[in-house]
Design a protein around this ligand. Structure first.
Ligand SMILES: Nc1ncnc2c1ncn2[C@@H]1O[C@H](COP(=O)(O)OP(=O)(O)OP(=O)(O)O)[C@@H](O)[C@H]1O
Ligand SMILES: [Mg+2]
Length: 454
């Protein structure tokens, strides 16, 4: 087989790199963040491959990573670094069970845990009121992109989002998880009408939002906000952060004068714990965590009803990430916000969500209350995701059973991909229409897409 690097997925490329590095029979392999950009299932495979090659060759390995779960899974000995120097060193079991320095203790405490409901003493979400109204509802939302293969090929549909329905209540966070390409960002953009949906409907506070009705959307804009992944890239580099935070006021509250806008911006900065003295600074002068607070302040300044966070904490360090989660939980309590919290990180989603929706190639495979999903996931995809995500505790991590999915993931262009977990329903005739797996309610509020038993 002859293939070029750009034709391989990130995980395949990383496997090639590791195989090449091991081919010369080295005595030491240095792996610098080998799995950082990868999906959890791919990460788990790469980590297994590294462990296996190490067993076979007896090579030593230096593993450099910020991911405590990866350390817990692979390392024998750990050196903790801060500001260019070691702060402590020891066997992996000791570092995790009895950290000697405050720095390591704080680092471990900030890591979200897939296997625990509490946040190690940090603030947790408030329960959703039983009579909380539905803030936003999506019904059978579809986004299909026409993809043309070759110059003269007929366009085929890439079903990025393929019939997703959900509701989010006041004061509730709906977590949306799924691997890269599962359609999370496309769903968010369709809900906000930032791209044209192929089908389905979105209602805000019971009002149907017709995608073509510009004035209805203009009015809805103040109630719907989004926070993006890359805090620096999502802010205008030429605007001071004060102006960035106040900009929605300038657009949507034209009657407000500059002084009033600035006063609101300062108040909002205080609320997201940004020093108001930073008001005339520019984004490049701030840290990632500070810029993300700016993004949140900007999203919150119009007192929206719904905020969508699309990988809003993924680019941040663990301790900063924990602080931003604290902030979002606190703002939700104060403002009764509904949130859609999109992340590929199942542990973070557990901390902030009331309910969790699992997306696979544009379709919902499972939806349940948070605790139920983490304790009693039923769909094979959810179970594989949960078992692939490392737990930052070597005692647990080394004895965990992993649930592996067979085969390479299908292409999102392949209409048969929808039946990956239901192959018994694949029609014999290749031209016959492909049915969509139905969602079944296995317990109140717990929906699972039909699948074939393994
Ligand atoms: N504008 C576009 N045109 C064509 N295809 C697109 C477009 N935007 C997204 N896609 C495709 O739609 C699918 C879903 O993409 P999306 O960005 O929603 O995934 P995601 O779950 O947010 O992934 P990630 O975790 O990497 O952010 C992918 O296969 C992607 O390649
Ligand atoms: Mg995305």
């Amino acid at each position: 087989m002859r293939q070029y690097p750009h034709e391989l997925s990130g995980g395949m490329r990383q496997r090639v790199m590791i195989a090449a590095a091991m081919a010369g029979g080295p005595e030491l392999l240095i792996a610098d963040e080998p799995t950082t950009a990868l999906d959890v299932t791919v990460q788990a495979e790469i980590l297994d491959l590294m462990a296996e090659l190490q067993r076979e060759t007896g090579a030593a390995m230096a593993l450099i990573t910020h991911d405590m779960g990866v350390i817990a899974r692979l390392a024998d000995r750990v050196c903790v670094m801060k500001d260019g120097a070691y702060v402590e060193e020891g066997p992996v079991g000791e570092i995790f069970a009895q950290p000697r320095t405050d720095y390591t203790r704080a680092l471990l405490a900030a890591v979200p845990r897939l296997d625990r409901a509490d946040r190690g003493g940090r603030p947790t979400t408030a329960p959703v009121a039983a009579d909380a109204p539905v803030v936003v509802e999506g019904r059978d939302v579809k986004v299909h992109f026409p993809i043309r293969e070759g110059l003269f090929g007929r366009p085929r549909a890439l079903r990025a989002v393929d019939g997703v329905s959900f509701q989010v209540h006041q004061g509730e966070t709906l977590g949306v998880v799924g691997e890269s390409g599962s359609g999370k960002s496309t769903l968010a953009r369709a809900v906000l009408n930032l791209l044209p949906a192929t089908g389905g409907a979105v209602t805000l506070l019971g009002r149907n939002l017709d995608p073509a009705d510009r004035s209805a959307w203009q009015a809805a804009r103040t109630d719907l906000q989004i926070v993006f992944q890359d805090p620096l890239a999502s802010l205008d580099p030429r605007m001071t952060i004060g102006d960035s935070i106040a900009e929605p006021l300038r657009v949507f509250r034209p009657g407000m004068d500059r002084a009033a806008r600035e006063a609101e911006a300062r108040a909002m900065m205080a609320r997201v714990e940004l020093d108001p003295a930073l008001i005339n600074r520019y984004p490049h002068e701030l840290s990632g965590g500070q810029n993300q607070r700016v993004g949140i302040a900007r999203a919150m300044i119009l007192k929206p009803k719904l905020v969508i966070c699309d990988e809003a904490v993924s680019a941040l360090d663990v301790s900063i990430r924990a602080q931003i989660i604290d902030l979002l939980i606190q703002l939700q309590k104060e403002m009764g916000l509904a949130m859609i919290f999109i992340s590929h990180d199942l542990a973070v989603v557990r901390e902030i969500s009331h309910r969790v929706l699992v997306l696979y190639l544009g379709r919902v495979v499972e939806l349940a209350d948070r605790d139920r999903l983490y304790a009693e996931a039923q769909h094979p995809y959810t179970r594989a995701l949960l078992s692939a995500a490392p737990i930052p505790d070597p005692a647990i991590e080394r004895t965990r059973q992993r649930i592996k999915l067979a085969g390479e993931p299908p292409s999102p262009m392949d209409p048969r991909a929808a039946l990956r977990f239901l192959p018994s329903r694949l029609p014999v005739d290749p031209n016959a229409p492909i049915l969509a797996p139905a969602l079944k309610e296995v317990a109140p509020g717990h929906l699972v897409a039909e699948f074939d038993p393994a």
